[in-house]
Write a protein that binds this ligand. Structure first.
Ligand SMILES: [Zn+2]
Length: 457
């Protein structure tokens, strides 16, 4: 595996005092941190970032306890950059960003506990890390604050990405803040309404490509290479540096007492890769004593990584993706190799759940007053499946990551609640009434009757 070869070449963290580098996981080439191409010039392979162990005021390497304290000190500090849930971890994300930081600020997302979700999954200690609470409503803001900062650092004239929607919304918002022209490639007719309208609102030039996400990805890479635009796809190594902070932040919220499992939706595998990298570094830096197991959950209609996992990662699978969870409708994940490393390193699992299981989980998440976009519900559906299969035990401590806000996909909500032809009965259809108190009373009475005849779940 190319990914594992790179591991023997570079340690997870560099010796103290060394500048950050970008290194090619395929051929071993090494580039300075301000190298502007997100891919290896020599072989086209994906790059990974390595930082030195953070140092104290006397240039000595800090231990895990001191590093935890430095993160805590930055929690609510000014300037604004450090109020961010990404930039308080700057020493392990982008140590030399200086005053180039483009921050909303982002991160600092809630770690929730809800009885209904614990019961549904079947574990007592379940936390939900809700990344939909980021400024543009998805975890993508964490990667984009770092990626856009890198674009500013390398003097980019414009930025671009291909996206199933959330990335384009984040790119558009951060490019607007940085004053950079933004170009977004999305598959025509396959992007959720909330995300597309966000992208348009923030002012990115939006191109609806006749093709699927994988076509968009190929096109944006060619365009970036030939037209000199800075590429901010999930293959961009700096975006993964930002996404690592989901893990650092949840570990910090748990007092650095690592959970047994971290469960996440898996599409292009950028998060799986970023989570694995974060856990490698957290262990190497002494932030945690043991490593949680990752569980990456795909939609069964878009599950090439789950197929590769079932085959012991001997083959890399590609599929024609189809799922209503548009954020993970990806047939040829760009970060496959580094995600393999993440699963291997954490003794992790990859599984798939059906769209029906995703929707069932989404109904429970939404009805708990939490809410999420469909792809996010794959994590709860996946955790429930792992409990059902006996892989995850009821006494395990589990963090499930929700990646996007409920309003990201209003189209699916309308179908779930108002379309009688949608799978299962309409869940909570609005009721039109006359403008009278008696009509309201009739609705309340009918609801009370149905509650008394339906046994609790
Ligand atoms: Zn290379």
């Amino acid at each position: 595996m190319s990914a594992s070869m790179s591991r023997s070449r570079w340690p997870d963290v560099l010796p103290v005092g060394r500048p950050s580098i970008q290194c090619c996981a395929s051929c071993g080439a090494e580039y300075p941190d301000l190298h502007a191409s997100p891919q290896c010039d020599a072989c086209g392979g994906l790059l990974e970032v390595r930082h030195a162990v953070p140092a104290d005021a006397f240039a000595a390497p800090v231990d895990g306890i001191a590093l935890r304290a430095s993160f805590a000190n930055h929690c609510c500090a000014r300037p604004v950059g450090h109020a961010s849930g990404v930039w308080r971890f700057q020493s392990v994300v982008m140590p030399t960003a200086g005053d180039a930081i483009v921050s909303w600020p982002e991160g600092n997302t809630a770690l929730l506990q809800r009885r209904a979700l614990s019961q549904y999954v079947g574990v007592d200690a379940l936390w939900v890390k809700h990344e939909g609470m980021n400024p543009t409503g998805s975890f993508k803001d964490r990667g984009m604050t770092v990626g856009t900062t890198q674009a500013v650092r390398v003097g980019a004239s414009a930025v671009a990405c291909a996206s199933t929607g959330n990335t384009s919304a984040a790119l558009a918002a951060y490019a607007a803040q940085a004053g950079l022209p933004a170009l977004v490639f999305v598959p025509a007719g396959q992007v959720a309404l909330g995300k597309l309208t966000q992208t348009l609102s923030y002012g990115a030039r939006t191109l609806l490509v006749r093709g699927d996400f994988d076509d968009c990805l190929r096109l944006v890479q060619d365009a970036a290479r030939e037209l000199g635009i800075y590429l901010l796809n999930s293959i961009n190594p700096w975006r993964l540096e930002g996404q690592k902070t989901i893990v650092f932040e949840l570990l910090q919220q748990l007092g650095w007492d690592a959970p047994d499992w971290i469960v996440l939706p898996a599409g292009n595998l950028g998060n799986t890769a970023a989570f694995g990298k974060a856990l490698r570094e957290a262990k190497a830096l002494g932030l945690i004593n043991r490593v949680p197991r990752l569980a990456s959950v795909q939609a069964s209609g878009a599950a090439p990584f789950a197929a590769s996992f079932a085959d012991g990662f001997r083959t890399r699978t590609r599929v024609q993706a189809e799922t209503l969870a548009t954020a993970i409708r990806i047939g040829d994940p760009a970060s496959h190799d580094r995600a393999v490393d993440a699963i291997t390193f954490t003794d992790g699992m990859v599984l798939s759940v059906t769209d029906a299981e995703i929707l069932a989980a989404k109904r429970v998440i939404d009805a708990a007053g939490v809410g999420c976009e469909p792809a996010s519900a794959a994590s709860i559906a996946g955790a429930r499946a792992l409990v059902h299969n006996g892989v995850m035990r009821s006494g395990d401590r589990v963090v499930a990551v929700l990646t996007g806000h409920v309003l990201k996909d209003p189209g699916i909500l309308v179908r779930m609640h108002q379309d009688a032809a949608f799978p299962e009965a309409p869940a909570n259809a609005p009721i039109e009434i006359d403008a009278s108190v008696s009509a309201v009373a009739a609705v309340l009475a009918a609801d009370a009757r149905s509650r008394s005849t339906v046994s609790p779940p």
